[in-house]
Design a protein around this ligand. Structure first.
Ligand SMILES: C[S@@+](CC[C@H](N)C(=O)[O-])C[C@H]1O[C@@H](n2cnc3c(N)ncnc32)[C@H](O)[C@@H]1O
Length: 196
């Protein structure tokens, strides 16, 4: 069995909707982003593997606001789903009543074309938008986790994150396929006050 199959079956065995859950578990076990009672924004949340992990780790007082262009089939009173495109300007209006968040997560990914420079560009557009949303919705001291596809704009993005967060690390969890260009940027302790 190759690595990809192992994480696929492991996620299934543990009742998760996607292998992505195991990536978030590995990241959170190492960087401690989620805590009981936290209020979390999950960008690109479908089919809901990260939401399952967030609900487990934030407990009965935790809440998730989930956004995706695709439908989501999780019914839980702690989850509020907003079906929208994050690039749409209405996203800030939609989030107004839920701010501030303790953690903003983004596992958003474009539809892959197979052309790495194009996929990198589209992924960076989503990551820039996720950072912009985090800056408007995070509480001071809050955390931000974002997926990007590696490429030449990565360095500047990480540099930018460092202006706004105390600690920034780039990490690829074991559950992420080595063949995939995806990596995660982990940003801890937002230094500013959000500007809704
Ligand atoms: C890798 S999947 C996320 C998997 C999810 N974290 C999970 O654990 O189930 C990426 C998601 O990003 C969403 N997405 C891509 N572009 C988006 C956009 N502009 N606005 C909102 N969601 C977007 C896709 O629809 C897709 O569901």
């Amino acid at each position: 069995m190759n690595k990809r199959d192992y994480y696929y079956w492991e996620a299934k065995r543990r009742g998760y909707k996607s292998r992505a859950s195991l990536k978030l578990i590995q990241i959170d076990d190492r960087f401690y982003l989620l805590k009981s009672g936290y209020h979390v924004l999950d960008l690109g949340a479908s089919p809901g593997g990260w939401i399952q992990v967030v609900l487990e780790r934030t407990g009965s007082n935790g809440h998730v606001v989930a956004i995706d262009i695709a439908p989501l089939r999780i019914r839980d009173p702690r989850v509020k789903f907003l079906r929208m495109d994050v690039l749409n300007h209405e996203v800030f209006e939609g989030l107004k009543e839920y701010v501030p968040f303790d953690v903003v997560l983004s596992d958003m990914a474009p539809k892959l074309s197979g052309v790495s420079s194009w996929d990198h560009g589209r992924s960076m557009e989503l990551a820039e938008r996720a950072l912009e949303i985090a800056m408007h919705t995070l509480r001071t001291g809050g955390h931000f986790l974002v997926k990007i596809f590696r490429g030449d704009m990565e360095k500047n993005y990480v540099k930018k994150c460092k202006q706004y967060f105390d600690m920034v690390k780039v990490h690829k969890p074991k559950a992420s396929s080595p063949k995939s260009a995806e990596i995660y940027v982990i940003c801890k302790r937002f230094k500013l006050e959000s500007t809704p």
